[in-house]
Design a protein around this ligand. Structure first.
Ligand code: UD1
Length: 357
């Protein structure tokens, strides 16, 4: 029996882990132990995902959150190391690019435990982003890298990963697996569209540090959204990080602000929207999975295939560009039937590789 210890901490990781955990549970020869770092801790940032997506209850919760990068990552490292010494897993699995990801990878590597990184090889080439630092370091110390896209594999090749003793697998995107599986249930599980009483709207989210921690960018995004929302309603589940910053900067965001939502509500919000505007990585892909165009409030993205194929467009934080790109994308028609992310087999391929490790 191979023991997989998964380290999770932030919202998108719960979605990714839901897809993979379901497959691990059904695979003979694999067992999973889950460590929740506590990075996200509000009920609708964390618990709701475990409940509605039926993710096994974490075996450990470190309750580490609301700290600076150093303190957060450092305490996670210490906490995870203790658990690894006790649990002695065969493989530590980490997801994405958060502080929980790098903490899990580093703790395992120093104990000579194999590290599997899901959603590896992505790059924004903006090294100021904490996520970019986390990605690069995590990839370099992993033993197996599960890449969601062709671009992710070629990014690794460019960085010389062929010279390292690291297995690279292009398995597809586990978020697509989750979207395909849970979309079957979302309409019956979620009432959000009825409760909000919305018809024609844009779905928005903002939480990335590169926007929230730069007052100029934040002001410009808020101005753009305020102008757009006079013409078409904007529904915006507000991340706690952004909520704090808006209050601190005294900014009035005149859109339909709601609390962060769980996965089923999010699927329904995307499915029923006219367009998605976001600085989240996951939501850019989820828009595509549900055949919606996206305007990305960043200067670059890791999901370049969405840009290349015209499903997504970058607007940065420029007020005029945000407005013109929203207008452009609202009119656009696309065929969303391309296979960019593996069509729902990514988790199965991970389980097969884990058995071989
Ligand atoms: C983190 C990830 C980001 C990911 C995002 C998903 C890092 C460096 N960033 O950003 O890549 O896209 O998660 O949402 O790991 N907070 C609460 N309640 C919560 C969670 C957070 O109040 O449940 C507060 C924290 O106390 C903190 C702020 O929100 O003040 C930011 O949280 P943090 O985990 O540092 O970063 P995120 O912006 O969520």
């Amino acid at each position: 029996m191979k023991k997989i210890l998964s380290v999770l901490g932030a919202r998108p990781q719960f979605v990714k882990a839901a897809a993979v955990s379901r497959v691990i549970k059904n695979t003979k020869g694999l067992e999973e132990c889950i460590v929740h770092t506590g990075q996200h801790f509000d009920a609708n940032m964390s618990d709701i995902f475990f409940e509605e997506m039926d993710i096994p209850k974490p075996n450990y919760n470190l309750n580490i959150n609301s700290l600076g990068h150093g303190a957060m990552t450092g305490r996670m490292l210490e906490g995870i190391e203790k658990i690894l010494q006790k649990e002695k897993p065969d493989v530590v699995m980490i997801y994405g690019d958060t502080n929980s990801t790098i903490a899990g990878a580093l703790a395992a590597k120093k104990l000579h435990i194999k590290v599997a990184h899901v959603e590896a090889g992505l790059r924004s080439y903006n090294i100021k982003m904490p996520e970019e630092v986390n990605r690069i370091l995590t990839d370099r110390i992993s033993d197996i890298l599960f890449c969601p896209t062709e671009t992710a594999c070629s990014n690794l090749e460019k960085e010389g990963f062929d010279n390292f003793n690291i297995k690279i697998v292009q398995n597809g995107d586990v978020m697509q697996d989750a979207a395909m599986y849970y979309a079957k249930y979302s309409a019956s599980k979620s009432n959000i569209i009825k409760t909000l009483g919305v018809k024609s709207y844009i779905l928005g989210t903002i939480h990335r540090a590169e926007n929230t921690d730069d007052p100029q960018r934040m002001k410009s995004i808020v101005n753009a959204l305020n102008v757009i929302s006079e013409k078409i309603e904007i529904v915006l589940p507000l991340h706690p990080r952004t909520k704090k910053i808006l209050a601190k900067l005294n900014l009035d965001l005149n859109v339909k602000i709601i609390e962060p939502v769980g996965y089923f509500d999010m699927i329904e919000l995307i499915k029923n929207s006219s367009l998605v505007i976001t600085d989240s990585g996951g939501l850019q892909k989820e828009a595509f999975f549900f055949k919606k165009h996206c305007v990305t409030l960043r200067d670059e993205t890791e999901w370049v295939e969405l840009i290349e194929n015209g499903y997504n467009i970058l607007a940065g934080s420029n007020e005029d560009l945000i407005q013109t790109n929203i207008e452009k994308m609202l009119k656009k028609q696309s065929d969303f039937d391309q296979n960019l992310y593996g069509r729902g087999k990514a988790s199965q391929l991970i389980a097969e590789e884990l058995l071989k490790l």
